[in-house]
Design a binder for this molecule. Structure first.
Ligand SMILES: *Cc1c(COP(=O)(O)O)cnc(C)c1O
Length: 314
């Protein structure tokens, strides 16, 4: 895999915010700052997909997501920036009023194809993809969340060379598991990867992450070995995907008050809340050095605020 694209995607050095020193050392990698509009892991996952699409001569990217999807948001903006046409296959009937995410994507030039929730569930089936290609012609297809092996390849670049020895643990929020898989592949031999499930009953994510590792490396034995470095944590889903508990809301506010950093309520808030709780319960040995990944997703907070009827912060 070529390491450097022919256009600029992510800065080589991503800033790190120091969070606490004791009882353990905790840093936050500011992946959310890798792009002014759509920084975060979705940009990482798009990188090699867009490079491949370009190399293969595709003009149009087609992908999938819900009305508040960070991936739809990032894909629409990245396609505009890099000269692709974009089509979003959106879960659910066309709403009378578009969500802020869809309005933004529309402004970036994304064309929508709304499908029922039932149809959406079949998005990975070959006949469904063939049907989409029939309607939209020759398109480069990226799965939901940007999570294919090229997406994993992009997430392999989140950790830099120093990170691999500087930290005993690396934590990320987990939806499909592609980001955790990328971190696991790039982890130092002594490092533990902590994947905090943003989904209810996220125990299945272990198998999903293993699948992604295997797709990316093509080696069963190495994939199995790497799994020993992975811990999937399911105690902090806060009600499940796209839900945000009262304690999480309070956590988002106090984190911002203390560190002047906004987290998103769907992914990174759950991870930091979980880490904080584990630290206070002395889950980590003294001297542990933890790097948490701020994977972005702040645009999604608008959806939570609309549901709550008030702002999350202030
Ligand atoms: C999509 C997303 C995740 C989950 O990433 P996966 O690779 O699907 O596990 C985590 N954090 C944020 C902010 C996201 O948008």
């Amino acid at each position: 895999m070529r390491r450097v694209g022919f256009y600029y995607f992510c800065p080589m050095h991503v800033p790190t915010s120091h969070i606490i020193t004791a009882p353990v050392h905790l840093d936050l990698r500011r992946e959310d700052l890798t792009h002014a509009e759509y920084g975060g892991n979705k940009l990482r996952k798009l990188k090699y997909n867009l490079l491949k699409a370009k190399e293969s001569g595709y003009k149009t990217i087609l992908t999938f997501g819900g009305a508040w999807s960070n991936h739809i948001y990032a894909t629409a903006a990245a396609c505009k920036e890099h000269g692709f046409k974009s089509i979003g296959v959106i879960r659910g009937e066309e709403p009378k009023v578009y969500s802020d995410t869809l309005s933004f994507a529309r402004m970036c030039g994304m064309e929508f194809h709304f499908v029922s929730r039932q149809e959406y569930r079949e998005k990975h089936e070959d006949y469904f993809k063939a049907w989409l290609r029939d309607q939209h012609g020759s398109v480069y297809l990226i799965p939901e969340g940007g999570s294919n092996y090229l997406g994993v390849q992009g997430c392999v670049e989140i950790l830099n060379a120093e990170d691999k020895s500087a930290y005993s643990h690396v934590a990320c929020a987990c939806g499909t598991g592609a980001t955790a898989a990328g971190l696991l592949i790039s982890a130092g031999p002594q490092q533990k990867i902590l994947a905090f499930s943003a989904l209810k009953d996220g125990g299945f994510l272990r198998d999903e992450i293993r699948k992604f590792v295997y797709y990316a490396l093509g080696d069963e034995e190495v994939a199995d070995e790497l799994m020993a470095q992975l811990e999937v944590i399911t105690d902090y889903d806060e009600g499940g995907y796209a839900k945000c508990s009262v304690r999480e809301l309070e956590y988002l506010r106090s984190f911002k008050a203390q560190h002047d950093i906004e987290l998103d309520g769907i992914y990174t808030g759950k991870m930091m809340l979980g880490l904080d709780d584990m630290i206070s319960k002395k889950t980590f040995a003294e001297g542990s050095r933890i790097l948490a990944i701020h994977s972005g997703g702040l645009q999604g907070n608008v959806g939570i605020e609309q549901r709550l009827g008030h702002a999350i912060f202030e």
